[in-house]
Design a protein around this ligand. Structure first.
Ligand code: XMP
Length: 513
């Protein structure tokens, strides 16, 4: 984007995205790009004011260590190296890094040696910082001085003349006190970046851009009812109104009344065409006798694509396909490590095949989830849509363990609805990250009145997580669990036992399949 002022070169740290978010939170547009980017590539960014080298899991002295185009140090653009980024900058500029005897993981105290350094403006001494490193710097690079230390290591270095700075700790995590102030000092005082990033500015900018790109053509969008595709639809409809047609596919694997709720909410809120396609019979048929989770995902994905393809063909003039792709999807797919194992083949209803003859329109591809929510809010989307828990592309298809049938989907819809309503009643829906029910392929014996029952077991799951990569089961009140269980057993015929899943991720995943 032509607005990029701060670039973050990604060396694979789990905190890389946080760096970018912190910079945006203080009002400056930043982008994460690969460490393989060269100085020549960087020169193409006309507004570039500063570069941050992220942390990373390897050692700078390892044979295959991720490195940097040395010419980047001659661009005369301020650089901040964080953790691995600092060690890399040091090593390349004549310093030395070694495996430390005293490794620091977690909280440490920062002692500032040079209080006048620009990086430490308005930072008080003896602050708590967050460390996560096995290696440490043992020899200063040429032209640098030590500006802070911890009990175990050199904690910060600078070369004011060359505007190069390094911190061993992670200023981007909230455990580092005044970390945001340090990032502000770098971005505003050292890089002299200009404040230019807010969601209002983004909306104005995007609306103009969408109008220019789409002109008089038509756009088609697969609406899932989730946050990302909803916000994308709202933004595009603000720009081009009825030139946008949204397709909402009822797969038969949606939650209770979902199709109706989505249709009501959208047709009232926005000036766009929205079409509901009931393809549930087709989905159930394709899933007959299929038990394997991966097979189910593939079949559901293919059915969705078939339905969407048919609808797209009916729209003769549509030139653009809009998708709710967001920034973490972009970063993830560009930095995917080929050696990492595939756990589940996630598919998103937005993830359509390449062989559709459309140009892609992805207006949210530079935004983080919280920014997407903010855009939604500003565009007047209902809070209920904005704050919805994630719902997987394959829907209830992966919450009905083993074979999917309409009978089980109907049972699960009722169970899920009772559980979610109860979370609202207890004011907990927005305090947990994701909650849902799963129906198991086992029947157990129970007793109701004087009669024996032999019915299905359902499992409730509620998790708290920041990034959905790791998660803990929510500590739901016992009272709520009892109330939900009683209501399910009394009201939903076909279920006589309810269990609560307290497995964390890892080792469990959030969904059961
Ligand atoms: P897991 O089960 O892998 O899920 O711990 C992590 C998050 O991703 C959601 N999920 C999916 N989302 N398509 C999606 O769009 C999928 O196929 C899919 N599978 C899981 C899951 O609900 C959780 O939020």
């Amino acid at each position: 984007m032509e607005d990029t002022q701060i670039i973050i070169l990604d060396y694979g740290s789990q905190y890389t995205q946080l760096l970018s978010r912190r910079v945006r939170e203080i009002g400056v547009f930043s982008e994460v790009i690969s460490f393989t980017t060269t100085a020549i590539d960087l020169k193409k960014y006309k507004n570039l004011k500063g570069i941050i080298l992220s942390g990373g899991p390897s050692s700078v002295y390892a044979q295959d260590a991720y490195t940097i185009d040395k010419e980047i140090f001659n661009l005369n653009i301020p650089i901040l190296g964080v953790c691995y980024g600092m060690q890399l900058m040091a090593e390349i500029n004549g310093g030395k890094v070694e495996l430390a005897d005293n490794q620091e993981f977690g909280k440490a105290t920062l002692f500032i040696d040079k209080t006048s350094d620009k990086l430490f403006k308005n930072i008080s001494d003896k602050k708590q910082v967050w460390m996560s490193h096995a290696d440490h710097l043992i020899k200063m690079p040429e032209g640098f001085e030590q500006i802070a230390h911890s009990d175990a290591s050199i904690a910060a270095i600078s070369n004011d003349a060359k505007k190069m700075y390094g911190i061993q700790f992670h200023a981007e995590v909230t455990h580092t006190q005044e970390g945001t102030q340090m990032i502000e000092n770098f971005v505003y005082d050292i890089c002299e970046a200009k404040k230019d990033w807010s969601m209002n500015i983004f909306i104005d900018h995007k609306v103009k851009e969408i109008k220019e790109v789409v002109k008089k053509e038509e756009v088609i969008l697969g609406l899932s009812g989730g946050v990302d595709s909803s916000v994308a639809a709202a933004l595009i409809s603000k720009a081009i109104g009825k030139q946008l047609t949204c397709i909402f596919v009822d797969t038969g694997l949606l939650r209770k009344d979902e199709a109706k709720k989505v249709m009501d909410a959208y047709s009232k809120l926005f000036d766009m065409n929205i079409k509901l396609v009931d393809a549930s019979d087709q989905f159930y048929k394709a899933l007959e006798n299929v038990k394997d989770p991966e097979d189910k995902r593939k079949i559901i994905g293919k059915q969705f694509v078939d339905v969407f393809n048919e609808q797209a063909k009916l729209m003769k003039n549509a030139k653009f396909l809009a998708q709710g792709t967001i920034y973490p999807d972009v970063i993830e797919s560009s930095s995917k490590n080929h050696s990492s194992k595939m756990i589940k083949s996630h598919h998103n209803v937005g993830g359509l095949p390449d062989n559709l003859n459309f140009e892609l329109l992805e207006p949210l591809r530079t935004l983080f989830k919280d920014e997407v929510r903010e855009v939604g809010k500003q565009l007047g989307l209902d809070e209920k849509i904005i704050n919805r828990h994630p719902f997987p592309g394959p829907g209830l298809g992966i919450r009905i363990i083993n074979e999917v049938t309409k009978e089980k989907a109907d049972i699960l819809r009722e169970v899920d609805d009772i559980f979610i309503s109860k979370l609202f009643k207890y004011d907990l829906y927005n305090k947990v990250s994701q909650a849902f029910a799963t129906i198991l392929p086992v029947k157990t014996v129970g007793v109701m009145g004087d009669n024996r029952t032999y019915d299905y077991v359902v499992a409730l799951r509620s998790v708290n997580t920041i990034d959905f990569m790791t998660a803990n089961a929510s500590h739901l009140p016992w009272e709520l669990l009892e109330e939900v269980t009683n209501e399910i057993i009394n009201k939903v015929s076909g279920v006589n036992r309810v269990v609560y899943d307290i497995t964390s991720k890892p080792p469990g995943t959030i969904e059961w399949e």
